[in-house]
Design a binder for this molecule. Structure first.
Ligand SMILES: Cc1ncc(COP(=O)(O)O)c(C=O)c1O
Length: 356
């Protein structure tokens, strides 16, 4: 937390707006809009619901093909199944993010309606190429920037290149409302439609009238109050995340390769992620755990997940390799420099410890 949250929550309580309406929702949406520089934003209960709304608004329906990053968190892809559409997973390239060449192969063969691209671990995917492919092959582009608020390509923020951008404010993200999400777009009408769907698709009658299936996806004013306070510290959070990443990289580059950043981009370095040159990540994870240090494996690719066993995939082995070799190190912005030193020392010990 930044320090201002309780003050704003108190104001929300005093206004008695503790429902999914109230001035903090407007302020939070305004803050996100102004920060990323986009026309319209909608605050919702989480990033997953924002992706679902994007698919609904774009008319993605039963049987439609949707390309998606395979190397991602599952919340990026399950909304495709909510719509009974068909996910087609696309592997990564050397950037760890989606491979535009494989996207083009799939676009030619599959005639997809949309692509959901994840900006993985806060680093920008090759968004300019993907925008070009979306226009060339006529599919919608949804940017899953759940992990990437504050990341930019050519000084333009993640989530603003696509037809829709999605940000998560889950507890583990660079900013958090405990649980929350934002759907953003330069198309105001689409955001209006998403707002309608997120509030049970209630028609503008004096009574409760519903012609379409909607959802209860709108963010509460209390959580939005937290979000307003959080948005005030986004720049310092990105700065600190990048310092943490650089501190690890400086001292561990001989034993590990770190997630790259594509040219002309600046990631938010949400998590410091690396692959070990000659060590099993799970053995390092277990060693660190003994010292109270929590590390995590990289995302297991979606095409390897049993829940997606029937989905088609365009793969090249890259994400499977990353999953086998990679680890996320503690990256919370509250971490002290001394703690980073301690973690680095413990990681290095893995190379001299007799337990291996
Ligand atoms: C890449 C990615 N997509 C989608 C989500 C879903 O966001 P939420 O947890 O807010 O539903 C997350 C994270 O939680 C994520 O990391």
């Amino acid at each position: 937390m930044s320090g201002k949250e309780l003050e704003y929550i108190k104001q929300a309580f005093e206004s008695n707006y503790i429902a999914p309406v109230g001035e903090f929702i407007d302020k939070f949406e305004e803050a996100v809009k102004n920060y990323v520089k986009i026309e319209s934003a909608l605050a919702v209960i989480n990033g997953t619901s924002a992706i679902h709304l994007a698919l609904r608004v774009l008319g993605i329906d039963e049987g439609d093909k949707v390309l998606a990053s395979t190397f991602t968190f599952i919340g990026s892809a399950t909304p495709i199944l909510y719509q009974k559409a068909k996910p087609i997973f696309i592997d990564s390239d050397e950037s760890w993010n989606i491979d535009p060449n494989l996207v083009e192969d799939a676009a030619k063969k599959e005639k997809p309606k949309a692509l959901i691209v994840t900006h993985l671990y806060g680093q920008m995917a090759k968004i300019e190429q993907l925008r070009y492919l979306a226009d060339k092959y006529g599919f919608y582009l949804i940017e899953d920037a759940a992990e990437a608020l504050g990341a930019a390509y050519k000084n333009r923020q993640s989530g603003t290149f696509g037809d829709f951008g999605v940000y998560s404010f889950n507890g583990n993200k660079i900013l958090t409302t405990s649980s929350g999400g934002v759907l953003a777009s330069n198309n105001k009408e689409w955001i209006e439609k998403a707002k309608f769907l997120s509030t049970q698709a209630k028609e503008t009658f004096l009574w409760y009238e519903h012609k379409e299936v909607g959802y209860n996806y709108r963010m509460s004013n209390i959580l939005a109050a937290i979000g307003v306070a959080q948005m005030e510290v986004i720049d310092e959070r990105v700065k600190r995340k990048r310092e943490i990443f650089n501190a690890y990289k400086k001292k561990l580059s001989d034993v590990a390769d770190f997630m790259p950043e594509i040219e002309k981009s600046r990631g938010n370095r949400w998590l410091t992620t690396l692959t070990f040159k000659d060590k099993e990540p799970l053995s390092v994870l277990k060693y660190l755990k003994k010292y109270g240090i929590e590390s995590r494996p990289l995302w297991k690719p979606m095409h390897m997940q049993p829940v997606f066993k029937n989905a088609k995939a365009y793969v090249n082995g890259r994400s499977e390799e990353l999953f086998k070799k990679g680890l996320c190190l503690p990256s919370g912005t509250q971490i002290k420099d001394k703690q980073i030193e301690f973690i680095i020392n413990k990681v290095r010990e893995c190379w001299i410890s007799t337990e291996f």
